[in-house]
Design a protein around this ligand. Structure first.
Ligand code: GEK
Length: 244
């Protein structure tokens, strides 16, 4: 029912590259785009589901913040064995959320999901044993990120986990150059041309603003998380888990 196309959004030269938006055109190519752009994406989705199943608490809520088409929601649903849990899938792109809703319903997994079309900065986080920010915090204005993490911490149950996956920035120039060029090579090897890579980069400039790993860790610890661990890295993409 959900037909997705291959990502050809930036194949031809554009007069003006406008800021990237998660609209209908992006939704149509999203699975292809994210798999060809994020090294290790399928591993991230799979293992985030496994980690969630270890930390989920009976009768609690699990949040997929910036859920896109619901890959994390589905991965959590399929592995959850604790009774009485509910997943809350949130995205502020209506196009994404409505397609997410369709595919989660079609998968017919027996774990309740609530779909919320809202800015993740405006929703309440309550009785959460698992919160996932898989490639989403990087789209929140940097000045708002600490408040977002503090709100998540406040809404989590003791022993709960936050999984935070992000594209990284690097303080060291040669490291930054190395990872940028390796990420470019990764995209080239997945069939993107130099033009596509550079136009996409221009579209994401000031839209996706990465932080360093140190900045993420400091923010998580200042919010109160006692245990912060990196469980994944592939090139310039990292995932941290933070336990309350
Ligand atoms: C995955 N987690 O497949 N409030 C709500 N949603 C937002 C906001 C916001 N303020 N800002 C951005 N989004 C997914 C991948 S994609 C990552 C996440 C990427 C949403 C946005 O609409 C998009 O669906 C998602 O966050 C980011 O595991 O495309 O690089």
């Amino acid at each position: 029912m959900n037909k997705y196309r291959s990502d050809e959004l930036y194949t031809t030269p554009l007069d003006e590259v406008v800021n990237f938006k998660f609209d209908e055109a992006v939704v149509d190519v999203f699975p292809d785009m994210i798999n060809r752009s994020v090294p290790g994406y399928s591993t991230l989705i799979n293992v985030a589901g496994i980690l969630s199943s270890q930390y989920a608490q009976a009768g609690s809520q699990l949040y997929d913040l910036g859920c896109s088409l619901g890959a994390i929601t589905l991965s959590m649903q399929r592995r959850l064995s604790q009774p009485g849990c509910r997943i809350i899938a949130v995205d502020n792109s209506e196009a994404m959320l409505s397609r997410c809703h369709q595919s989660i319903e079609a998968a017919e997994v027996d774990v309740a999901v609530e779909f919320v079309c809202a800015d993740i900065q405006d929703i309440a986080i309550e009785r959460a044993s698992v919160v996932v920010l898989n490639l989403t915090l990087q789209f929140i204005a940097p000045a708002q990120r600490s408040a977002m993490i503090e709100k998540i911490y406040a809404g989590m149950l003791p022993g709960g986990v936050l999984l935070l996956t992000e594209k990284l920035a690097f303080g060291n120039e040669s490291e930054a150059e190395f990872f940028t060029s390796m990420h470019h090579a990764f995209k080239r090897s997945n069939g993107y041309s130099d033009l596509e890579v550079s136009q996409k980069r221009a579209a994401l400039d000031n839209v996706l603003v990465p932080d360093t790993r140190e900045a993420h860790e400091t923010r998580l610890r200042s919010a109160g998380f006692c245990e912060v661990r990196q469980w994944f890295q592939c090139l310039n993409f990292v995932s941290l888990m933070a336990v309350k």
